[in-house]
Design a protein around this ligand. Structure first.
Ligand SMILES: [Zn+2]
Ligand SMILES: [Zn+2]
Length: 174
């Protein structure tokens, strides 16, 4: 059984569609899995679940000589869903050497003209793979870089507080 980051419909009816699951890697697209589904509804449900988990989903017709059940999954051993010891979001750049799994850093600079460059990334220490952290990097000048690491739950709480303050700043009723 594969430990997939998304839950698929699994009604076991004969599949009518094949869905290719891709992820984006620093070097391009990675074909990670083929997922099978029966009705249009289950195809749509499966594609929504795959996209919600951060993957790209492409529907392809099922070859006439292929028989699969709704919910069946083929995980490609070369892809990012294979059991490689990395979280699905990891960029896989020398995790053993840097002692941590890291996601690509996402910029939080909406206008592009901010005085401080802010980026956020997921981090997991290879020694503590059950704890996922958010790393926030503030770059003021090339020599003035501040890195803060928060537990993911606290970072989410922070995000909600910022949204609340945004509402307050705009004078909205809550
Ligand atoms: Zn189905
Ligand atoms: Zn890794």
């Amino acid at each position: 059984m594969h430990n997939l980051p998304f839950t698929l419909p699994a009604c076991d009816q004969p599949a009518t569609a094949r869905i290719e699951v891709y992820s984006t890697t620093p070097t391009g697209e990675s074909l990670d899995a083929a997922v099978y589904a029966c009705t249009n509804q289950h195809v749509a449900d499966a594609m929504a679940a795959i996209r919600l988990a951060g993957f790209t989903a492409h529907r392809t017709p099922l070859d006439v000589d292929v028989q699969r059940r709704c919910g069946a999954v083929h995980v490609f051993p070369t892809g990012r869903l294979a059991h490689t010891g990395h979280p699905a979001w990891c960029d896989r750049q020398d995790c053993a050497g840097r002692l941590e799994h890291r996601s690509p850093a996402l910029p939080a600079n909406p206008s592009g003209g901010e005085l401080v460059d802010v980026r956020v990334a997921l981090v997991q220490l290879t020694a503590a793979p059950t704890v996922t952290l958010i790393e926030v990097t503030f770059t003021d000048t090339p020599t003035d870089v501040v890195v803060r690491v928060l537990p993911l739950g606290q970072a989410v709480s922070l995000a909600y507080r910022v949204l609340e303050l945004n509402d307050v700043a705009k004078g909205r009723q809550r």
